[in-house]
Structure formats: structure tokens, C-alpha cells
Design a protein around this ligand. Structure first.
Ligand code: ADP
Ligand code: ZN
Length: 593
């Protein structure tokens, strides 16, 4: 559903104001008309009429409004009876009746009543015409002029990598010619990927602020229209506006609403046209426009591959939830506006808010200020921050904050296990990072970087992957003893078992079973004995992976503890940091021995 265009809203507001003014006037007029009426009694009026002093009476709603010959007016409640009318007529009083409640106000209301359906139809037609006009006009991007963009990189805290990546864009927008002369191709389409509230909009705005160029912002959902062609027209007009103001930054939030995978929902020609228009415009910009398009999404895997092709949104910047240091920095930025009591320690607040986004931390700061204000204080104390945290948490279910120190340690050891074994298995994918910041359903994770698109995978790599999967549990066992292992390895076991089963039944990697494609066979086609042997083989392979993981962890025990400790302190470690830590701890251990 398209929202009501602004101009239609303005027209409606003007109409409502006019109507209100007219009704006000009518009420005033009615009041004025009858203000100088004096109440009179029935008998007095009849008497006056008998003396020929009443020239007219108007009946409305059980009340008679009488006009005397001398100009004075009377109001009398009187039932209209035949006798009364006969009496009045006998004295030459002019008689009239008003329908319903009398007065201008009542008449207006009566007219509106009858006209309502026509007014609604007229408004609808007017609205369509006006919004139609707008589709081919300005589009609906909000525009921020360079002199009004006061957001700069310093306002966005804890996302240093993303800022670093955007620096080149800022340089380009400041001096596009320098890049052109060097023959450099600067990415014109940048995709910011990350959970909501992590500062993606802020980053784009700050890039414009740093470069001193205009900033145009629209949301992908603005382009989802009911009528074929309207979304595309809007995309066209948006880019046209941006080109006319180049150099500038065009920001499109929620790009997935506009550029989701084709054919996933029912093929919808309006969506297709809008997406195609976006592709056309992106290609046009690559050929010389000094416009940088920054789009944001929290699910890049939902995007149509065509959008990600070279020259379109080919530069991806990940903006993740802040770690403890990042949270402290963000709290610092937002607390800058407050007067803090000496007992406030942002470091402690940061430690107590794992999984909070930048937006939630901004909200938390604001709640703390409100808590102080409610008690008539200007100075914000640590107790205000505590109260604010409870308030913010009330709205969100966050398991991580209910974790005990022991549970956090367990998660850190588990993730350290995965990280270390994958580091020590040359065939496994390299580690990108390890984190104990909860996200989605997981309390922690190790992100690995697959090396390109593999066409085929070797047995050695599969065995390494299985050992890496087993390493979380293996580490728990080693650090806390077999009685204290947790349910946290469920997904790991599922992944490992799945790989092992396919090795046995599809990829011919088990001597025992041979080269039979059991996975492709009909379910009932296997004998019970074969099914049993397959299960045994899967078991043997996963056990082998577990043994491998245990061996590696045993001989790297110091490194395991070091990584777990670092994760507890910093929450997120990069692949490089993990490798460095592991080597240092191992070295120290051999020296000591
Ligand atoms: P996104 O676009 O990723 O959903 P926004 O940029 O709209 O997030 O952030 C919403 C608000 O949250 C910002 O206006 C700011 O107050 C706060 N915020 C989010 N991330 C940060 C950050 N890294 N540093 C400072 N404030 C932040
Ligand atoms: Zn795990």
C-alpha cells in the first residue's frame, strides 16, 4: 500500500481547516442571531399576539422564535397544535417552519451529510491525480544539504573498520577529478550489511558530512507500489535528483525490500520493473556520475544476485554489533550531552550490555537522563543507568544478560576450541573472527572464510571440518570435566553427522561401505544390515574427528586458555589476533618446559 503523498495530506489539512472555519462562523452566526432573543412564557406570547404585536413566528424543533412588531425577539417552547396555529393566524402572525434543528450550523451539517459520498469520491480522484503528479516530480527522498549535515565520523563510535573503508569514498567525493586523472575506478555502489541499529544510516550520513556533499535518503519500502511502473518511475526520479546534485551520496535503506531475489515471492511485474530500473540507474552512474549510492540491509543473502554484480553494489562493508570496547565508545558519545556523576563508569555499563546495538545504547543513555529528570536531578548517576538498563531490557528478551559468569566462561572456552582447532588444521577454512556476542539464536560463534567457491572438496578437508565442529565440546570437556559439558554443541554435532553421513552414502569415502550411492537409493532399498553398517561408519568418522580435536587441544592447552580469556575480555577476536595469541602462548609454554 502506498502511503498518502505529502501534497494530498496538505490539501486535506487545508480542506479541514476551511470546513472548521465555516462551522465556527455558522455557530457564531446562529448564536448572534438568537442571542438577543428573550425567553418568554407561552401565555405571555399568546397575549401579545392577541394585541397584534407579533409579526412572525418560526417553529423549529419544538421551539417558537417570535419577532415582535417593535423588533424585539422572543423564544418560547411551544407544542405546535391546530388550535395554536388557528389562533396565530387569526391575529395575522406569519407562520413558518424550519426542518430539524434550525440555524445555519444545522443547515451546514445537513448539506455535508448529503454531500459526503461526493466529497469522498472527489477526494479520492484528487488524491490519485495529485500523487500521480508527484510520481513524475521530486520522488520522496529526504534531502539534507551539506550545510545541514553535521554528522561526522566522530559521532559514529566503535565501527572503525567501516569508517576506514568509507574514507576512500569521502576522498573521491571531495575531489572526483583527482581520481579520474589517475584512472582509478572508485566503487559507486556500497552495501552496508548488519543488524538494525548498528549505525549504518549514521555512517552514510557521516560520509556525506565529511565530504561536504548533499545527502539523499530513501527507503526500499518506499518503492514498493501497487501500480505497475510507479516504483520504477520513482527510482528514476530519485537518481535524476541525485545526478543533478552531484557530487552527492544517495542512501537507500532496506534495499532488500526493493531488490529481493526475483521469483522468490510470486513473480510480480511491478517488483521486476522497479528492480530493473535500479539496475539501469546503477549502471548509468558507473559511467561517469559522481554519485555514490550507499545501501543498507541486514540480510544480504536475500538480495538478487544481479544487484551485487561488479559495478553495482560490489563493495560490501560489514557493520556488526559492537563489542565491549565499541559499546563503551558509543556510550561515551551519547553521554557527552549529559552531566555525569563521578560514580558513573561507562566501562561497567558496557560490560553489562552484551548484544546491545548502538541504537539500544543511545536509548539506554536517554532513559538514564529521563530517570534523573523524573527525580528533579540534572546529574545522571550510575543508579540511573541501572534503572535505564532494566527499562530497555523489559522490551527485549535477551538471554545473554541472564548468563552467569560461569556460563560466559563456558561459551568462551567452547568458541576458543573451534577457533584453535581450525587454526591448527591446515585444510580447514581460515578463521575470520570469533565472538561471544550473542546473535540470532547463537550465544557465540566462529566465522570462517571459505576460500572461493569450491567445486569439489577433499576427504582431508571434510575430516578437518568435522574435527573443527567437534572442538567446541572437546574444549568444554577439557576445561570443565566430562560432567560439566553443555547442550551448546547440538548444532555442531548435527553439522558433523551430516557431513560424515554424506561421506559414507554419497561420496564413496568409506572403505567399509565402498562406492555405493546409498544416499540416492530408495529409502526401502537398503538392507537392515547395510543401514546398520552405515550408521557404524558415520559413528567411526565422527569419533575420529572428536579424537583429532582432543589431541590438538591437549597439545595446545595454553593457547586454548589464552584465547578463551581474551574472548571473555574483548568478546570479539579477529583471525589474525587469534593466530598471534595462539603462537605467543605456545611459545611461552615451550620456554617454561
Ligand atoms: P541503522 O541504520 O544501522 O539501523 P542508525 O544509523 O539508524 O542504525 O542508528 C540509529 C541510532 O542509534 C543513531 O541515530 C544513533 O543515535 C544510534 N547509534 C547507532 N549506532 C551508533 C554508533 N556506532 N555510534 C553512535 N551512535 C549510534
Ligand atoms: Zn560450537
Amino acid at each position: 500500500m502506498p502511503t498518502l503523498p505529502k501534497r494530498l495530506l496538505i490539501a486535506l489539512a487545508v480542506l479541514a481547516a476551511l470546513l472548521a472555519a465555516w462551522l465556527g462562523f455558522a455557530a457564531w452566526y446562529d448564536h448572534h442571531q438568537r442571542a438577543n432573543e428573550r425567553p418568554a412564557t407561552y401565555s405571555a406570547l399568546i397575549e401579545q399576539a392577541g394585541r397584534g404585536e407579533i409579526s412572525s413566528i418560526t417553529f423549529a424543533n419544538g421551539t417558537g422564535h417570535a419577532l415582535a412588531a417593535d423588533g424585539s425577539r422572543y423564544r418560547v417552547v411551544m407544542p405546535v397544535t391546530d388550535d395554536l396555529l388557528k389562533e396565530l393566524r387569526a391575529h395575522a402572525v406569519a407562520i413558518s417552519f424550519e426542518e430539524g434543528p434550525g440555524g445555519l450550523m444545522a443547515q451546514t451539517v445537513g448539506v455535508l451529510d448529503r454531500a459526503a459520498p461526493f466529497v469522498v469520491v472527489a477526494l479520492l480522484i484528487g488524491g490519485l491525480l495529485m500523487s500521480g503528479g508527484q510520481f513524475f516530480g521530486m520522488g520522496r527522498a529526504t534531502r539534507v544539504r551539506p550545510e545541514d549535515t553535521n554528522t561526522v565520523f566522530a559521532d559514529v563510535a566503535g565501527v572503525d573498520e567501516a569508517k576506514e573503508e568509507l574514507r576512500e569514498t569521502v576522498q573521491f567525493l571531495k575531489d572526483p577529478r583527482r581520481f579520474a586523472m589517475a584512472g582509478a575506478r572508485v566503487p559507486k555502489g556500497i552495501l552496508l550489511v548488519g543488524p538494525p541499529g548498528t549505525g549504518k544510516t549514521m555512517l552514510a550520513k557521516a560520509a556525506a558530512g565529511e565530504a561536504g556533499v548533499p545527502f539523499f535518503a530513501a527507503s526500499g519500502s518506499d518503492f514498493v507500489e501497487m501500480f505497475v511502473g510507479l516504483g520504477a518511475a520513482r527510482v528514476r526520479s530519485l537518481f535524476k535528483t541525485a545526478r543533478a546534485n552531484a557530487p552527492c551520496i544517495l542512501f537507500i535503506d532496506e534495499i532488500d525490500a526493493l531488490a529481493g531475489k526475483r521469483g522468490e515471492s510470486t513473480s510480480h511485474s511491478e517488483r521486476e520493473q522497479t528492480l530493473n530500473q535500479l539496475l539501469v540507474e546503477m549502471d548509468g552512474i558507473v559511467e561517469g556520475g559522481e554519485v555514490v549510492v550507499i545501501a543498507a540491509t541486514n540480510r544480504s543473502e536475500m538480495l538478487d544476485p544481479a544487484v551485487l554484480r561488479p559495478g553495482r553494489f560490489d563493495r560490501h562493508i560489514h557493520v556488526s554489533l559492537p563489542d565491549v570496547a565499541g559499546r563503551e565508545a558509543i556510550l561515551g558519545v551519547h553521554a557527552g550531552r549529559l552531566t555525569l556523576a563521578p560514580d558513573v563508569c561507562t566501562r561497567t555499563v558496557a560490560r553489562g550490555t552484551p548484544g546491545f546495538s548502538g541504537a539500544e545504547l543511545a536509548n539506554l543513555t536517554n532513559e538514564a537522563a529521563l530517570s534523573a529528570a523524573r527525580q528533579g536531578r540534572v546529574v545522571v548517576t550510575m543508579a540511573d543507568y541501572e534503572a535505564a538498563k532494566d527499562r530497555v531490557l523489559m522490551g527485549t528478551e535477551r538471554r545473554s544478560l541472564a548468563l552467569t559468569a560461569h556460563e560466559r566462561r563456558l561459551i568462551a572456552v567452547h568458541e576458543a576450541g573451534h577457533a584453535l582447532v581450525s587454526l591448527r588444521c591446515p585444510q580447514a577454512d581460515p578463521i575470520h573472527k570469533a565472538t561471544i556476542i550473542p546473535r540470532g539464536g547463537a550465544l557465540g560463534m566462529v566465522v570462517r572464510l571459505p576460500e572461493g567457491d569450491r567445486v569439489s572438496v577433499s576427504r582431508a578437508k571434510l575430516m578437518a571440518d568435522i574435527a573443527v565442529a567437534m572442538a567446541g565440546r572437546a574444549a568444554e570437556e577439557m576445561a570443565f570435566g566430562p560432567d560439566h559439558v553443555t547442550t551448546g554443541a547440538e548444532a555442531d554435532f548435527r553439522a558433523a553427522t551430516d557431513l560424515a553421513r554424506r561421506m559414507v552414502t554419497a561420496w564413496g569415502m568409506s572403505e567399509e561401505i565402498g562406492f555405493v550411492a546409498h544416499a540416492a537409493a530408495e529409502p526401502g532399498a537398503r538392507s537392515e544390515r547395510t543401514a546398520w553398517r552405515i550408521d557404524e561408519e558415520v559413528r567411526r568418522i565422527t569419533d575420529e574427528g572428536m579424537e583429532h580435536a582432543r589431541r590438538l587441544l591437549r597439545s595446545n592447552r595454553e593457547a586454548l586458555d589464552g584465547i578463551a580469556q581474551a574472548l571473555l575480555e574483548r568478546e570479539t577476536l579477529s583471525g589474525g589476533e587469534i593466530a598471534e595469541l595462539a603462537d605467543r602462548e605456545q611459545e611461552r609454554a615451550t620456554e617454561a618446559a
